[in-house]
Design a binder for this molecule. Structure first.
Ligand code: ZN
Ligand code: ZN
Length: 221
């Protein structure tokens, strides 16, 4: 990030590393929501959302909090082909997955054909590939298709949920039936995309849906 020399690709110098708000314990054992560091909540803490059974996924982790620093990596990676950040993002996501329960398939959040054509790459696929390789599981990029919808960039939480409804369909149910699937994305904002993906995958017979993102919006709950 600052341009100084490091030992290998995807590493940060200590100064740049320290600028991120990395998510560590204590956190919600289901959705990974970070709790204040001075809270001792026992071995399996749960946030109020998960305790009420309203979580978007069956298990979720993110490497860091969405803020100006993580945004300065994530947005150029997503929109401006700043692929030099891929190793940093993927490695920190693999680290966030260190206590992950077992999963069978790694699945990047699909882009619509139109968006894929315009951008030239799916940023989630670029992150999913090294994760699948690290855990030695198959990556699935074709079983779920996404219809094209207007961009969700500046919409409210409610509008995001409405806009995403019905956008995914499972083209190949045989490949997801009975499987535990880890969905990969660069950022989690409202969780609407994950919730919708879980809905269609569960309907197609998937057993459990986990997720991992580089960063996530953390709101007070
Ligand atoms: Zn640096
Ligand atoms: Zn939770």
């Amino acid at each position: 990030m600052c341009g100084c020399d490091v030992a290998e690709n995807g590493q940060l110098c200590a100064e740049c590393w320290g600028k991120f708000n990395w998510i560590g314990h204590p956190l919600c054992s289901i959705c990974g929501y970070p709790f204040p560091a001075d809270l001792d909540l026992g071995p399996h803490p749960m946030c109020p959302v998960c305790a009420a059974g309203k979580n978007e996924l069956d298990w979720l982790r993110s490497a860091c909090v969405y803020d100006d620093v993580s945004k300065s990596v994530m947005l150029p990676f997503k929109h401006a082909s700043a692929l030099k950040y891929r190793d940093l993002m993927a490695k920190s996501m693999i680290n966030a997955l260190r206590d992950a329960p077992p999963f069978d398939i790694v699945m990047p959040v699909p882009l619509s054909c139109q968006r894929l054509f315009k951008r030239g790459y799916n940023q989630a696929t670029l992150l999913a590939r090294p994760i699948a390789r690290h855990f030695n599981v198959a990556m699935d990029v074709g079983s779920v298709k996404r219809r094209h919808r207007a961009d969700m960039g500046h919409k409210t939480y409610r509008q995001r949920h409405d806009n995403i409804r019905g956008v995914f369909h499972v083209a190949n149910p045989n490949r997801v039936r009975g499987r535990t699937i880890l969905i990969v994305d660069d950022v989690m904002t409202s969780g609407a995309t994950f919730a919708e993906l879980r809905k269609v995958l569960k309907k197609a017979g998937a057993r459990a849906i986990y997720g991992v993102t580089f960063c996530r919006v953390v709101k007070a709950i």
